[in-house]
Design a protein around this ligand. Structure first.
Ligand SMILES: Cc1ncc(COP(=O)(O)O)c(C=O)c1O
Length: 248
């Protein structure tokens, strides 16, 4: 069995504790990327079909990580921010619709919703505690108090990036289902460290880049879109991989 230091051959001069930002690469991440770079420089794209298999395997593993079975619900984006933008600009908003976020969301999970003001969509901020000593009420109650008949979506981090506050996703999901509100979970601060049970949570959307607890390189993110929501999202990006018969 390899020791921790063998998995993470960090320079002895540093003690890398901050994982909430960008994880150091474990050796297996470095090896996978180095092997891929070497393969490109020696064989070019000869093994392209194998690469597509690897992509399918990744989607299957991500499905397992969030405890869902359907890999058709898993797609890949370039970042959490891009995944959030695909969702925000895919929904068919009506003027007057409201989106609830928390007061401490990472900017990626705030500015994209605020940008929808151009379509008459309002971003409503639920007050969240900044620390466990805070006097602010339970986060679920705080979200609940923001719900109106116009609330269309709640977008919340599973774990807040600054305070580390972990939301009760089961309770939030029940609340959203009760009010028929879409639920979008930014899981980048928890996925890989804390189990995510989509079978229970039943989120409509889940987003998470791999560079925190999944310990991958930046630039490859999970974008989960529940089957029932897929045909409700407008397409805002187009590419040749999205057509069935790629030759035509
Ligand atoms: C909660 C949260 N969401 C989104 C992001 C940004 O992720 P990305 O760089 O993949 O867009 C971060 C980065 O720290 C984050 O903490």
């Amino acid at each position: 069995m390899q020791s921790f230091n063998e998995h993470f051959p960090l320079d002895p001069s540093i003690c890398y504790l901050n994982h909430a930002a960008v994880s150091p690469w474990p050796l297996r991440t470095t090896n996978a990327l180095t092997d891929f770079a070497k393969e490109n420089s020696t064989f070019g794209a000869t093994n392209y079909l194998k690469w597509l298999e690897t992509e399918q395997q990744l989607r299957a593993r991500l499905a397992k990580l969030i405890n869902t079975h359907d890999t058709d619900e898993i797609t890949l984006a370039k970042s959490t921010s891009e995944a959030l933008s695909i969702i925000a600009y895919g929904i068919d908003w009506q003027a007057g619709d409201e989106v609830i976020i928390s007061s401490h969301e990472f900017p990626s999970n705030r500015i994209v919703w605020e940008s929808l003001a151009q379509f008459g969509v309002k971003t409503v901020i639920a007050d969240f505690p900044t620390s466990s000593a805070s006097t602010i009420a339970d986060p679920i109650n705080s979200i609940q108090s923001c719900i109106t008949k116009n609330t269309r979506l709640v977008s919340i981090s599973s774990v807040q990036y600054a305070s580390g506050l972990r939301i009760n996703l089961d309770a939030l999901s029940l609340l959203c289902q009760k009010h028929q509100i879409l639920l979008c979970v930014d899981a980048i601060q928890s996925l890989g460290a804390i189990p995510f049970d989509q079978n229970k949570v039943q989120a409509d959307f889940i987003v998470a880049d791999g560079h925190k607890w999944m310990m991958a390189a930046e630039g490859l993110a999970l974008l989960y879109i529940k089957k029932e929501r897929q045909n409700q999202l407008k397409l805002t990006q187009f590419g040749w991989h999205m057509i069935k018969d790629k030759g035509n």
